[in-house]
Design a protein around this ligand. Structure first.
Ligand code: ADE
Length: 235
């Protein structure tokens, strides 16, 4: 069996991640030896009696900034040459399925979770390899954002989701939203499942699904279609 994907999360609130990492899909990934999760508290790498991890910003202004020392030492305690060191920040690249696929092929991910007003710029300049945002809004807690990325990444590790191939057809894997899905009963409160899905014609079902996926994407996310066209022209 291949080596598990190792994930270290550096956060001053390790308790927030605990339940999330132990339950459901992520818990199973650990039990099956496909992923290993550890949390690291930068407070364990402080050098003052108060174990402080933040300080007031030089130049003044509101809020507190995370100091570089504890974050550098925490990362250095686990970093290997091949590690990806990911800073969760609203200033990062928008997270999308392609980045999830890319990260799922790595061996070791280190998530650096900022809190308060952010982290000292030297962390950004010298410590991290990637900066990721999960959307255009500001959370108080980078650990929450890291859990979103971890979930999207770990489910793509081969073997984590029983039915292999399931992730290839789902939303975004071809830059399209997913086609509509139905299960039993065939008629529910007078609403019928489209006849084509019960026809047994695999090629026609595939064509119908592709058409539905394109229509749905045009209607709900025309931006995805636009970027798809640009990429096709580029390559
Ligand atoms: N930390 C605070 N807000 C965030 C966001 N939108 N994405 C990633 N990390 C964050």
């Amino acid at each position: 069996m291949s080596e598990p994907l190792e994930i270290d999360v550096i956060t001053i609130f390790p308790g927030m991640l605990k339940g999330f990492l132990e339950e459901s899909m992520l818990g199973r990934a650990t039990a099956n030896g496909l992923a290993v999760f550890r949390t690291i508290d930068p407070r364990d790498f402080t050098e003052d009696v108060h174990r402080s991890t933040d300080d007031r910003p030089y130049g003044g202004g509101p809020g507190m900034v995370m100091t570089p020392g504890p974050l550098f030492r925490a990362v250095e305690s686990v970093k290997r040459p091949e590690s990806r060191v990911i800073l969760m920040t609203p200033q990062g690249a928008p997270f999308a399925q392609r980045r999830a696929q890319d990260l799922s092929r790595e061996r070791h991910l280190i998530f650096v979770c900022g809190h308060y007003e952010g982290v000292d710029e030297r962390v950004r300049e010298c410590l991290v390899t990637d900066e990721i945002s999960i959307g255009d809004y500001v959370l108080t807690n980078g650990a929450l954002a890291a859990t979103v990325v971890i979930d999207a990444v770990v489910r793509l590790v081969p073997g984590v989701l029983g039915g292999e191939g399931a992730t290839e057809e789902e939303s975004f894997s071809q830059d399209l939203l997913e086609y509509p899905q139905y299960t039993r009963p065939a008629v529910f409160r007078g609403m019928e499942v489209p006849a084509i899905l019960m026809s047994g014609h695999h090629a026609e079902v595939a064509r119908w699904r592709q058409e539905q996926a394109v229509q749905r994407t045009q209607l709900r996310r025309p931006d995805l279609i636009a970027s798809r066209t640009i990429e096709t022209e580029d390559h």
